[in-house]
Ligand binder design. Sequence first.
Ligand SMILES: Nc1ncnc2c1ncn2[C@@H]1O[C@H](COP(=O)(O)OP(=O)(O)O)[C@@H](O)[C@H]1O
Ligand code: SF4
Ligand SMILES: [Mg+2]
Length: 345
Amino acid sequence: MTSTDQQSFLSVRDLKVHFSTEDGIVKAVDGLSFDVAKGKTLGIVGESGSGKSVTNLTILGLHDRARTAIDGEILLDGKELLTASERELERLRGNKMAMIFQDALASLSPYHTIGKQIGETYRKHTGASKKEARARAVEMLKRVGIPQPDVRVDDYPHQFSGGMRQRAMIAMALVCDPELLIADEPTTALDVTVQAQIMDLLKDLQQEFGTAIVFITHDLGVIADIADDVLVMYGGRCVERGTKKEVLRSPQHPYTLGLMNSMPSLDGPVDVPLSPIPGSPPSLLNPPSGCRFHPRCTFAEKVAGGFCSTEQPALEVVAGRGSACHLTPDQRREFFADFAVARHN
Ligand SMILES: Nc1ncnc2c1ncn2[C@@H]1O[C@H](COP(=O)(O)OP(=O)(O)O)[C@@H](O)[C@H]1O
Ligand code: SF4
Ligand SMILES: [Mg+2]
């Protein structure tokens, strides 16, 4: 049984997010489905431009509604978010769902102290007094590992280091005990040591609060560290999903394999050269026909009938596990065996 079989807290069904632009329609997300259970982490991985952030902003209701055509369903604890009013979304954001981003400075105001900002979020959703809110801010700063929280609570964001600002943003996101946390590349700008500390912090907080986490990253190493389940995105679609173990030990999609072979071993040096995926991610304004990965795929010619460039492979999912590729299981076993999958085991 995979963790996606457990009762779903966040359920996304056939989500499509299309932007109207001067040049045409950008199909940023084009038929995406996934589930996240309480207390579990779904890692969404893919190169830049694959539609990860658009997915996250749509869940939070922070997309530009005027220029965006959205289709599908997003259920949070049974509540449909796509038809919810601005007011309902405002209430849910911060309270039931919260977010952290790569750039803490963008979500913290430079004009107010850290404590005031964490406290205001708390007051907005709980009606607590200023004094209670301040005490809560100190408690949260302590919980995310800020030294001398009762002093630092009166600092402004610029007085914090990058890693501390990231912690403060996490404190602000978690101040109302949200049940869903969306983390969009929250450690990408940090050095490796601080990144590891922040990841440990998120894991501890998840243990403590039972938060469901959607963790968005372009880095499979981060996925290996934090995810329970993995969804691999390419060109606005899911190309592969499964438990972390399934996806990292036996990838089924050439794109996942490509990602794995383009990054260093998770367990230190292995004597296999890195091989970046040739080419670059597709334009979502004018995506390739058939399989969106076909212009970059080294296996496309192995598929009989040239279907890769004409037929879009269906994503077939059984018990949370599946991929979208025309290769047969036998072909995969044969071709993938030569690749350096071992480096990640
Ligand atoms: N508001 C918008 N209008 C038009 N295109 C957009 C908008 N936001 C994102 N896009 C496009 O959607 C695609 C997916 O973007 P994004 O979700 O940010 O990718 P990722 O987070 O995976 O790097 C990109 O091609 C991006 O240019
Ligand atoms: S469908 Fe074809 S082009 Fe797409 S990933 Fe599979 S083999 Fe490669
Ligand atoms: Mg992004």
